[in-house]
Ligand binder design. Structure first.
Ligand code: AMP
Length: 394
């Protein structure tokens, strides 16, 4: 297996990798880095979890070289969360070259973003709306952009950003390197690539070993007042080795902890109102196998690299669709098989629609055999969750 030096990365960049503890490039890094370093355009078919962010950030930082104080690389992403992650990557890998970044996304004030831009940056990481806004206000100048990176293009399409993205690309110089990353590569992606990229090389690292693909997803429609009971039944029947139960609120996390412990299994609990010591203790206990169940709010769904989780159960449908992906990403890591179940009540139909839109497909509805449903669950996608209450004397 090759090293980061062998695939062409220069010393200030490899030093940051040594700090991060990365020893060998992931498959997408091994393939993409030499191509990007050569200046060619690239289509990368890859999902989150493959190391794709470093695959584009490392060679781009190397090509940009020392900080020059004007925006030379633009990274467009669909969500704030992804923008933050990409920004962290650029800062981490560019620390010995002094790479400066600006993180631009909507829903927050302009002050800090305008200030960052005025101080001179090398890399701009942005969601499309806010970027257009700042460009229109002439706060951001795109005329010195040399590299455009379009990340998670399939999601940008699904979220209706494509017109904004094409407008932004038009503002960038024609002479540039363009890199496109997407988890799915279909006709729509092909069209954009044809228009925005020049003679690209395509690499595909979708081997079926990424979290989303090795996880068996299912939705369990149920009346809201039967969720506690269904959760206990699911835990009994799912033969989990280790399971994370996600809740929307801290209160739910505490109540469910009590409920499960009341049924005889000790539980580790993590949410924002638990002290750092308690959270560390809970995580340590869960990782070591002392606890087989972790009940957590979304603070536990991001960035925690917990291996060997066999099951994720969403007690609520996540409010933000990307949280669903983050949550189920806790299982099925590194080619291990996992199962992700979501308890779904009628009031959560809107959130569920959004998740299925983001995934681009419906998730299978299931009924738990042997569970006494108060009303018969509807198992067709799109329908409300339950039919009329079952007659008591049936
Ligand atoms: P990504 O697919 O970009 O979301 O990256 C997934 C995770 O893998 C992140 O936590 C990275 O920090 C980590 N990572 C990326 N490249 C490597 C590598 N070569 N060795 C170890 N970890 C890595």
């Amino acid at each position: 297996m090759s090293t980061f030096t062998e695939i062409g990365l220069p010393e200030p960049v490899t030093r940051s990798l040594a700090d991060a503890g990365y020893v060998t490039p992931t498959p997408i890094q091994a393939q993409a880095i030499p191509i990007i370093l050569s200046g060619r355009d690239l289509i990368g078919a890859a999902q989150t979890g493959t190391g794709k962010t470093a695959a584009f950030a490392l060679p781009t930082i190397a090509r940009l070289g020392p900080a020059a104080g004007k925006p030379r690389c633009l990274v467009l992403v669909p969500t704030r969360e992804l923008a933050v992650q990409v920004d962290e990557n650029f800062q981490k890998y560019g620390k010995y070259l002094g790479t400066k970044t600006a993180l631009l996304y909507g829903g927050v004030g302009y002050g800090a973003q305008v200030k960052a831009l005025s101080e001179g940056v090398d890399v701009v990481i942005a969601t499309p709306g806010r970027l257009l806004d700042l460009h229109e206000q002439k706060i951001l100048d795109l005329s010195s952009i040399q590299v455009v990176i379009l990340d998670e293009v399939d999601r940008m399409l699904d979220m209706g950003f494509i017109e904004d993205v094409t407008r932004i690309i038009r503002f960038c110089p024609k002479e540039r390197q363009t890199l496109l990353f997407s988890a799915t590569v279909d006709e729509r992606i092909g069209k954009i690539a044809n228009w925005a990229l020049r003679d690209p090389i395509t690499i595909d690292v979708r081997t079926g070993s990424t979290a989303a693909e090795t996880v068996d997803h299912a939705i369990y429609p149920v009346d809201v007042f039967q969720k506690y009971d269904l959760l206990i039944e699911l835990l009994k029947k799912s033969e989990f080795k280790s399971v994370i139960v996600f809740t929307r609120t801290k209160r739910d996390a505490d109540r469910i902890t009590e409920w499960i412990e009341g049924h005889g299994t000790p539980v580790a609990t993590m949410h924002a109102d638990r002290s750092q010591t308690e959270r560390t203790e809970a995580l340590k206990g869960f990782k070591s196998g002392k606890y087989t169940i972790l009940v957590a709010t979304d603070i536990a769904s991001r960035g925690l690299d917990i291996t060997g989780v066999t099951h994720v159960i969403n007690y609520n449908v996540p409010e933000h669709p990307e949280d669903y992906v983050h949550r189920i990403g806790r299982t099925g890591r590194a080619a291990a098989e996992g199962e992700a179940f979501t308890l779904f009540s009628p009031d959560e139909l809107h959130s569920m629609h959004q998740i299925e839109q983001l995934l681009g497909r419906p998730i299978e509805r299931r009924k738990l055999e042997g569970f006494r449903y108060f009303s018969e669950p509807i198992l067709t996608p799109g329908g409300a969750k339950t039919a009329a209450p079952r007659k008591r004397n049936r």
